[in-house]
Design a protein around this ligand. Structure first.
Ligand code: NDP
Length: 247
């Protein structure tokens, strides 16, 4: 098992849900956290609850879709924070559940830009440092949606199928290095995800979880932590975790 004391863990989308749960579990293991999201106030409020010393946490307001911002953020990290050991590409969202031929094209742009392009930008700018230092782990949040397409899931499922392919491709590209690549693919998790999907419609969002016990963000963070702490020669390529009562 790897010990994470003072390892630098960069988590995108850390202002809520799975990203925030990951921050908690990695903080408890003594890691140094770089937490990124667009809602900086929210990130600051959350960071206070972690009760970490200043040298253990670094907050970034970052939109992963903004390629120039991602590049300059990564290349301008202070020296104490620049050697990223673990990148958790978690920022992501879904919009709508419309039939493809009736879909909102702006919703598609947002999903593709965040779930695919954002993940690619972070990976492209962070992994060269890992290669140079000969250590690192990239953990991508895929989804069961990348394996099974559900009605109205068309574009979101397409983005998560892309995450699966990108994770597999990156693993191939890094063969011969000790850098690990993992895709963690959950079923339904109760977070702000559904509310975002339905553009803030809380009532519609709640209905999604009726009749089943969804995963919690901590359930997913536990699995991510497990993957990150295996012996260095062990790469967990992909994990699918589902609520027991989700088909
Ligand atoms: P939440 O909506 O609770 O969290 C999403 C996080 O992503 C927020 O912190 C949000 O922060 C951040 N984010 C969204 N867009 C951007 C952006 N452009 N730049 C930076 N940060 C961004 O949802 P979850 O925790 O559930 O989702 C986390 C990941 O898990 C996503 O990739 C999602 O697709 C995946 N997933 C979720 C499932 C679920 O059922 N909930 C199931 C399977 C996978 P901010 O708005 O402050 O930027």
């Amino acid at each position: 098992m790897i010990h994470l004391e003072n390892q630098i863990v960069f988590i995108t989308g850390a202002s809520s849900g799975i990203g925030a749960a990951c921050a908690k579990i990695f903080a408890n293991a003594g890691a140094k956290l770089i937490l990124a999201a667009r809602r900086y106030d929210r990130l600051q409020e959350f960071a206070k609850t972690l009760n970490l010393q200043a040298d253990k946490i670094y907050l970034l307001q970052l939109d992963v879709c903004d390629r120039a911002a991602v590049e300059s953020t990564i290349s301008n990290l202070p020296p104490d924070w620049s050697n990223i050991d673990i990148l958790i590409n978690n920022a992501g969202l879904s919009r709508g559940l419309d039939k493809l031929h009736e879909g909102d094209i702006q919703d598609w742009e947002e999903m593709i830009d965040t779930n695919i392009k954002g993940l690619l930008y972070l990976t492209r700018y962070v992994v060269p440092g890992m290669v140079a230092r000969n250590r690192g782990h990239v953990i991508n949040l895929g989804s069961i949606a990348g394996h099974q397409t559900y009605p109205g899931g068309n574009v979101y499922c397409g983005t998560k199928a892309a995450v699966k392919a990108i994770s597999e491709g990156l693993k191939q590209d890094l063969l011969g290095t000790p850098i690990r690549v993992t895709s963690v693919d959950p079923g339904m998790v109760e977070t702000e995800f559904s509310e975002v999907r339905f553009h803030g419609n809380k009532e519609r969002a709640k209905k999604v979880y009726q009749g089943l016990t969804p995963l919690t963000p901590d359930d997913v963070a536990d699995v991510i932590f497990f993957c990150a702490t295996r012996s260095p020669h062990v790469n967990i390529n992909e994990v699918i975790l589902m609520p027991v009562d989700q088909a």
